[in-house]
Design a protein around this ligand. Structure first.
Ligand code: ARG
Length: 606
């Protein structure tokens, strides 16, 4: 936000150093927290070390030398517009702004940029974020919701940070689990089809539980029971064989039931305001992955042990020249000619790199698949894809229930749709008492925004590596560090602006003058706002939505404090009042931008 000043000062430092033959190190600037004035600082320790290495100068110890350079530089700088003064302290150069200028520039920049405030400059790399990729023939549960929310927030962050961004999904639509559901459907429920997108998707999950119970070994089985179970399993295997062989009937059954799952998935994505750009399916990379196996054998990356009755394997550690076990040896083609999850991931990555020209490839996947993905990335590297270095697994912890792990087999899952409905219901209950004056339709929309805001924030405010024990009361809580607490800051800002009617008048036409004694609350708020662009860059660079989640809370917190401490509408001095209203408008905009990056909507009232 203050690049112009920074650049000017940098130029002066560089000119001074080159004129005096000083081996200047790269200048790294950091903000100085408010201490009567705002500023930014850089140190000269590295430069002092450079000088010492070259055996130059007066052999002063590094700290003294750094201080000496800082003082010399300071003497050269002279006066710069908008800068109040410059200090050389302990090897640092501290540059301070005029407070009123700083405040005005922060606020003006937000109001001039609007929804684009904080957007990073366009970067040359293209990023693909793959997320929301559950297996079909199951239902979308709260663990999948964590994945989808993390992925969407990350996609929004990298996009806003300046990367061209592609959102991709990769549902697992084949395998034994899928066939199991098809088998029982065909056997016991053929022709049936519940009404409603979610009902249909959820029904498949129930069929899976039922089928598992029929196919599973039990204690003390009678010979008849064993025979029955084995007969079922033979039917299932036969169906799998037919699917593989491309049998018309089985393939059709597969397509129809798969579509039920995908319809449900698309509706969930719609609820979460996620717009996928690309859909990959495991079934679509199955055939291409067989071709890849041959290529990897030819390139001597894979070892073909089929002539000796073995499989096709990749000795990853050996090929990478590692002596300690890290990635191990992996099968990429079974003896019977079928591919594995890993093989398909290699084929998928190739498509991502070659067809979509992805430079950075991010996988939002359960942390338990970490080894699998590291193995895939290692093989991609052996294969010679430079992008392998920029493949990143954003893992996330397990979502379990207070009563234990979720289990699709046992039907012990908390469905996302149920939680979302419950969230809205609970908010509506409160809202209908509190805001009976709002029309019902509007109220429902607001309840949705708040309910989802609570749910989404509860997923993003936990470090992605930590497990979550999902408690619906906690997730839908409105107190403390929650989505609604942040939304409420937005609503309060909105309501003051509405009351002042200042929004009707074009704010931008009236420059704000902050040349009065700012209160502590105003200072903190302005400082928080000014950090937003950095928070965006940091969250995107580290692939950590949590950074933005924490930032949004801090910003809301600063706003609430200001709101309680300063009565803006009753401020007597018109120019002070105007400056404060502009600060509120800037706060509102920044909160909205932060919420948007978290995939949380900002309601106008609540
Ligand atoms: N469908 C998989 C699952 O539900 C996740 C896919 C992860 N992505 C990948 N490229 N392997 O476990």
């Amino acid at each position: 936000m203050f690049q112009k000043e920074q650049q000017l000062i940098e130029e002066k430092i560089k000119a001074f150093c080159s004129a005096n033959d000083i081996a200047l190190a790269e200048l790294k600037w950091q903000p100085i927290p408010f201490s009567g004035e705002w500023g930014f600082a850089t140190s000269f320790f590295q430069t002092a070390a450079n000088e010492a290495k070259l055996g130059k100068g007066n052999k002063l110890p590094a700290p003294q030398k750094a201080q000496e350079i800082a003082e010399q530089v300071k003497a050269q700088i002279g006066s710069v517009d908008g800068i109040s003064h410059v200090e050389a302290v302990k090897g640092y150069l501290n540059v301070y702004f005029k407070t009123s200028d700083y405040a005005r520039r922060v606020v003006d920049e937000v109001l001039n940029s609007g929804v684009d405030f904080g957007r990073g400059v366009k970067k040359s790399e293209r990023v693909m974020v793959e997320y929301a990729q559950p297996n079909t023939h199951h239902s979308f549960h709260i663990g999948h919701a964590r994945n989808t929310i993390l992925g969407e927030a990350l996609a929004r962050l990298v996009e806003f940070a300046g990367f061209e961004t592609i959102r991709a999904s990769y549902p697992g639509d084949l395998g034994l689990g899928v066939i199991t559901v098809m088998w029982i459907y065909d056997k016991l429920y053929k022709g049936q089809e519940p009404e409603g997108v979610h009902e249909r998707g959820q029904w498949l999950a129930k069929l899976y539980v039922e089928a598992t119970a029929l196919l599973e070994k039990k204690d003390n089985e009678t010979p008849e029971e064993i025979a029955q179970r084995e007969a079922y399993d033979a039917e299932r295997r036969e169906m799998y064989r037919k699917w593989d062989a491309g049998d018309e009937y089985v393939r059709n059954l597969w397509r129809v039931t798969r579509e039920w799952s995908l319809e449900e998935l698309r509706d969930v994505l719609h609820m979460l305001d996620v717009k996928m750009d690309v859909w990959f399916y495991e079934s679509e990379v199955d055939e291409p992955s067989k071709v890849i196996v041959d290529e990897l054998i030819k390139k001597d990356i894979a070892t073909d042990e089929r002539p000796n009755g073995g499989a096709v394997i990749v000795k990853i550690d050996e090929k990478l020249g590692l002596t300690k076990e890290k990635y191990r040896t992996n099968v990429i083609l079974r003896r019977d000619g079928t591919t594995l999850y890993l093989t398909k991931d290699l084929a998928l990555a190739k498509v991502k790199f070659e067809k979509y020209h992805v430079d950075r490839s991010i996988y939002v996947v359960d942390v338990r698949q970490s080894l699998h993905l590291q193995q895939a990335f290692a093989i991609l590297k052996l294969w010679g894809f430079p992008q392998a270095e920029k493949c990143h697994h954003l893992g996330y912890g397990f979502v379990s229930l207070p009563e234990g792990a979720m289990s699709a087999r046992r039907g012990r899952v908390v469905l996302f749709k149920d939680v979302a409905d419950e969230a809205v219901k609970r908010v509506l209950l409160v809202e209908s008492e509190k805001s009976a004056d709002i029309p019902a339709e509007e109220r429902e929309k607001i309840a949705y925004q708040i309910g989802m805001g609570a749910l989404i924030y509860s997923m993003l405010s936990v470090d992605n590596n930590k497990d979550i024990v999902f408690d619906i009361n906690e997730a839908l809580s409105f107190d403390g560090r929650t989505g609604p607490y942040i939304q409420n800051a937005y609503v309060r800002a909105n309501s003051i602006l509405k009351k002042s009617k200042v929004e009707g008048r074009k704010l931008d036409l009236r420059p704000s003058t902050f040349n009065y004694e700012l209160t502590k609350h105003e200072i903190e708020l302005i400082e928080k706002i000014s950090h937003f662009p950095n928070a965006v860059q940091q969250a995107a660079a580290e692939y950590r939505p949590l950074i933005m989640a924490a930032y949004a809370y801090d910003l809301a917190n600063a706003f609430h404090s200001f709101y309680h401490a300063v009565n803006v509408l009753q401020t007597e001095d018109e120019s002070v009042k105007n400056a404060r209203l502009r600060l509120i408008a800037a706060s509102k905009q920044t909160i909205a931008n932060a919420l948007r990056l978290l995939d949380i909507q900002a309601p106008d009232v609540m």
